[in-house]
Design a protein around this ligand. Structure first.
Ligand SMILES: [Fe+2]
Ligand SMILES: [Fe+2]
Ligand SMILES: [Zn+2]
Length: 172
């Protein structure tokens, strides 16, 4: 029977018979997807200085990574690379919007990034960016005072790890 599902990480809803294996918007794993009815998704969190600084840095990382992926989707010379980078760009843009809500910003700052025509170089850059993000999110999750901030960082480590696997498989 069709139901309304909702992701506890990004808050976005999804209509379907079954909960998706990954949130179609932010990529969070199924354990974070629940029936929408009665689910509380909270972005109104108290940030101490450290959590705020980490959230602000992460917002910049996600905006930069989204811009890189959209550039790569446009420029890459590989027909399979285009949808791959487009999918990753959309997920990173959704991650940016999670931090925008946490930081209570009205709009997302815009950013332009360089990318390459050669698909392999974009895959290598993707790998570097995802690895850097994971490193930072691990520290930020460990340091987090606010449980909701910790939950989001923890969920996003899994998502960025999925992204690393995609580039690793293609760089073999
Ligand atoms: Fe991300
Ligand atoms: Fe990613
Ligand atoms: Zn989500």
């Amino acid at each position: 029977m069709v139901k309304l599902w909702r992701c506890q990480i990004c808050g976005d809803p999804y209509v379907g018979d079954e909960p998706p294996a990954n949130c179609p918007f932010c990529g969070a794993h199924r354990k974070y997807i629940f029936e929408a009815r009665g689910l509380n998704v909270d972005f109104n969190v108290q940030l101490n200085e450290k959590d705020r600084a980490n959230s602000e840095h992460t917002l910049e990382v996600e905006i930069s990574n989204a811009a890189f992926y959209f550039c790569a989707a446009d420029k890459t010379d590989d027909p399979e690379g285009k949808p791959l980078f487009k999918a990753l760009g959309k997920v990173e843009a959704e991650h940016a919007s999670i931090w925008r809500k946490i930081l209570k910003l009205q709009t997302l700052p815009q950013k332009k990034e360089e990318c390459n025509a050669r698909n392999k170089e974009n895959l290598e850059e993707s790998h570097r960016r995802e690895a850097r993000a994971i490193d930072f999110y691990r520290t930020a999750a460990t340091d987090a005072s606010n449980p909701r901030v910790k939950q989001i960082f923890t969920a996003l480590i899994e998502v960025e790890t999925d992204h690393i696997k995609l580039s690793e498989e293609r760089l073999k």
